[in-house]
Design a protein around this ligand. Sequence first.
Ligand code: ZN
Ligand code: ZN
Ligand code: ZN
Ligand code: ZN
Ligand code: ZN
Length: 241
Amino acid sequence: MRLLCLFGHKWNGCKCERCFQKRDEQHDWDLCRGICKSCYKKTIEQHDWHGCTCSRCNKTRNEQHDWHGYKCSRCGKKHDIKDINDLSLLIDIAKSTVNDYTYGREAVKKINDQLALLDIAESAKCSLVCNEAIKHLTDQSLLLKIAKEHNSSLSRGRAISRLADKAVIASIMQNSEDIHNRRDAEERLTDLARIETANCTQGEHAWKYMGYHESDFGYSGGDYECLVCGKKDRRYDNPSF
Ligand SMILES: [Zn+2]
Ligand SMILES: [Zn+2]
Ligand SMILES: [Zn+2]
Ligand SMILES: [Zn+2]
Ligand SMILES: [Zn+2]
């Protein structure tokens, strides 16, 4: 202690300006961090909660959210898809998601309504969500509508690969102005023929090439899936059917 302080400290809050002695009063609390900014004494964290968010430090907590549709307007947290059962909200999510397409696809998976799926397939902002909707469409007349009218060649192709009527597919194969879609139709006819002759219990599957595969050992090959039973296979040579 300095001599001057013998007759009294010069307190500034919790610390003496001359000798730096501390006292347990008049701390300069940073309540959000739970610490005195001057002497670093600790205390309990206390935030200024406005709903889920602290108005001082912006920390968030998982309670008292301010839900607007599927999102909290304060912190941006989204409802868990499994907790959403409102169809129009699910459609909204599917159509509006852009970057968070996993979220949009999860929403699509909960929708069975065929017209809603058509709506999403036609106007979702994200093409991955759009494809998910086509994957879940089973109504053949709606699939045909997409196969003919969708503005994306890829989406038309996806719909073509879900068509079941051979005459309709053959007509697309002959009349489509898009060469990719003519090929899609041809491939679909081949697939249907394979499905007809498959006999999964006898090990005669309707193998379809699903995509390129690179193994850990440097071999490259393909992933295959049976169109009838869904069995998967991985091959490193040219498959002979
Ligand atoms: Zn002092
Ligand atoms: Zn202090
Ligand atoms: Zn805070
Ligand atoms: Zn929130
Ligand atoms: Zn099979």
